[in-house]
Write a protein that binds this ligand. Sequence first.
Ligand SMILES: [Zn+2]
Length: 200
Amino acid sequence: MQAKQHLAVGMIGALPILMWSSSTEAAVFIAASVLIDSDHILFQWFHSRKITPLNHLIKSYVTWDYFGPRILIFHNYETLVFLACYAVYSEIFLFYYVFLAVFLHLFLDQIGNYLTFRVFRIRTLLGDIVRYQRYLSARNAGKEREFLIARRDSWINYVLGRFSDKNLDEKSPYLGGIQLTYPEQPINKSKKDSEWQDFF
Ligand SMILES: [Zn+2]
């Protein structure tokens, strides 16, 4: 889901908090439900080794031509477990709202990604790191293209692709941080190999 949609849902979710709790807690809930998307930009900075000027931030992310694995430090199950544990052990009630905001964000992303791409994007942070390391090793060995094609043709994509009933090529090129040509999206197996070459 896009950040503005998360903002809208966060504001609606903050209404009951505002009624039963303080405006600070409602504001933290809204902020947390939107700011977790910042990890998409953080990864772009990390991977491309350059900081995008603020006014070009979204545009440069949307048009970013990187299709390899990404490490998203907030969009993962470990963050959720950590926040839940932290809320319980710190006994600071505010962190329950942070946990709820992040949980709601990830839940909506998961549904949005499935409806659009037939893919469940939220994963483990450890898995993200391992996949990215493998990508870097392949790239260093001069086998980046082979790596991306192997990911695109992986069994999990094949399984997901079997459930896909949409022509994904007609969808918006960007939603929820996933590029249209992101190799994890379900594959239209009828495409000839040569048709994919422009993407890599
Ligand atoms: Zn998100």
